[in-house]
Design a binder for this molecule. Structure first.
Ligand code: BMP
Length: 242
């Protein structure tokens, strides 16, 4: 069983907390993980946080909470050799997963990365569309091509936007239930908590609505409550979840 899905089976909520803002001290980051690791499924750490606090400091937090699940959101987009090197570095730092862009293409790009991730046991998540409006300019117009690549690659999961739930539904319908679908865009970006789950996502990525709250633990708990309220009061896509 996959470590992330296992954490849900053990009773944690379908939330991944996004840690991006460098102004969040390492002490505060640690205290958020300590106090939410039995509440949420995992953590997604972004480039601004890793660059400003350093990989070794980030790795030391991951090491301290080795039972928790951490994704390195590096949004990889490079040739296979370079992305594979980066994946190996994230593995050495203790991350369980890494995110790459889907538009990079298969041959000489994502093919090498998925092979490396499988060898070193790192969960690869491929972005197929993004949550900001500009995603419609390029990403969404090539989504069928990106999904074809994903279908061929068979990564652990995909990233699709809560801000355009019809995309989540489309991706889930096209790819089926074997991919873990993680979705950003709930909370500060406008989508309601629970809405991405309702349209077929497995996890909602929540950043500022939790990390900027006065009490991040209470905020995480109320996100999970709001998710279940949304799910019980709407007719949702049934049976799509990984
Ligand atoms: P917030 O909940 O604060 O808006 O954070 C959203 C998180 O999801 C950020 O870490 C961002 O990098 C990520 N994200 C996103 O917002 N849209 C995407 O399309 C892909 C992302 O990874």
């Amino acid at each position: 069983m996959n470590k992330l899905l296992n954490r849900v089976l053990e009773g944690r909520g379908r939330v991944l907390i996004a840690i991006d803002d460098p102004s969040l001290s390492v002490e505060k980051f640690k205290s958020i993980v300590l106090r939410t690791k039995d509440v949420v499924a995992g953590y997604k750490i972004g480039i601004p946080y890793i660059l400003s606090h350093g990989l070794s400091v980030t790795a030391s937090v991951i090491r301290e909470f080795s039972d928790a699940y951490f994704i390195a959101d590096l949004k990889l987009a490079d040739i296979d050799a370079v992305m594979s090197l980066t994946a190996k570095i994230t593995k050495a730092a203790g991350f369980d997963g890494v995110i790459a862009h889907g538009f990079v293409g298969f041959d000489g790009g994502l093919d090498g990365l998925v092979k490396t991730c499988n060898e070193i046991n790192v969960d690869l998540y491929v972005l197929v569309s993004m949550s900001h409006p500009g995603s419609t300019e390029i990403y969404d117009s090539v989504i069928d091509k990106v999904l074809k690549i994903v279908d061929f690659l068979k990564p652990k999961g995909v990233v699709a936007p809560a801000t355009r739930p019809e995309i989540i539904k489309y991706v889930r319908t096209r790819l089926g239930s074997s991919y873990i679908l993680i979705s950003p865009g709930v909370g500060v970006q406008g989508a309601e908590f629970g809405s991405a789950l309702c349209f077929g996502a497995d996890f909602e990525i929540v950043g500022r609505a939790i990390t900027k709250a006065e009490d991040p633990v209470k905020a995480a708990e109320s996100v999970i409550k709001a998710q279940s309220q949304y799910l019980s009061s709407h007719k949702c896509l049934i049976g799509g979840h990984a």
